[in-house]
Ligand binder design. Structure first.
Ligand code: FMN
Length: 173
């Protein structure tokens, strides 16, 4: 360890860990939103809990800060196109749900028809450390599982330019 840690080094370390990506969708009133998420993990056993982190720059955050229910989908490697739709375009500019197949799931939250692995989660906490992301803790209510595990990994989507960089100021409403 050096006295002056090299930020590039720790970025490379974290990126090298690699992990599956998620696509998170939610609904608030008549408005739908969703984005590609790398920051997500199981965070409780009894009771079962799962955490997602939403960037404050994202359209999905602005709905998600008030929404009660989310669907967390786990895309496989064949779903790069959906990853690009949800990770490289923003609901501030395009209607992502006009460009993919979906149906209203529990509580009206969009379930993406091409994805077989997902759960519906009810928000039980929102943790805001006053940084660029908020943590939303979910209690899984319902789920679907294909048994396939060739997940779309972080390393598969590092070429995507995020629709919103997390360093952007939240858009004025
Ligand atoms: C590799 C990668 C990882 C990402 N991880 C997250 C994440 O963990 N949380 C998040 O809120 N956004 C994440 N994003 C950014 C959003 O998916 C992206 O800005 C999206 O366009 C936002 O769409 P929205 O404005 O419609 O919500 C990631 C993007 C990429 C390309």
């Amino acid at each position: 360890m050096t006295d002056e840690p090299d930020r590039d080094e720790v970025d490379a370390l974290f990126a090298s860990l690699d992990h599956p990506m998620a696509i998170v969708t939610t609904v608030l009133g008549a408005e739908r939103s969703g984005c590609l998420v790398g920051f997500h993990v199981q965070c409780g056993i009894e009771p079962l809990r799962y955490a997602i982190w939403l960037s404050k720059a994202n359209h999905t955050y602005r709905l998600g800060a008030l929404a009660e229910v989310f669907v967390v989908h786990f895309p496989r490697s064949e779903h790069y196109g959906l990853g690009a739709l949800f990770g490289a375009t923003t609901g501030d500019e395009v209607d992502k749900f006009a460009q993919c197949s979906w149906h209203p799931g529990p509580h009206g939250v969009p379930v993406l028809d091409d994805l077989d692995d997902w759960f519906v989660g009810r928000r039980v906490a929102l943790l805001d450390p006053d940084d660029d992301h908020v943590c939303i803790v979910l209690a899984p209510l319902a789920w679907a599982r294909s048994g396939k595990t060739d997940w779309l990994q972080l390393s598969d989507v590092l070429d995507l330019d995020a629709g919103h960089e997390p360093t952007e100021r939240p858009a004025a409403s």
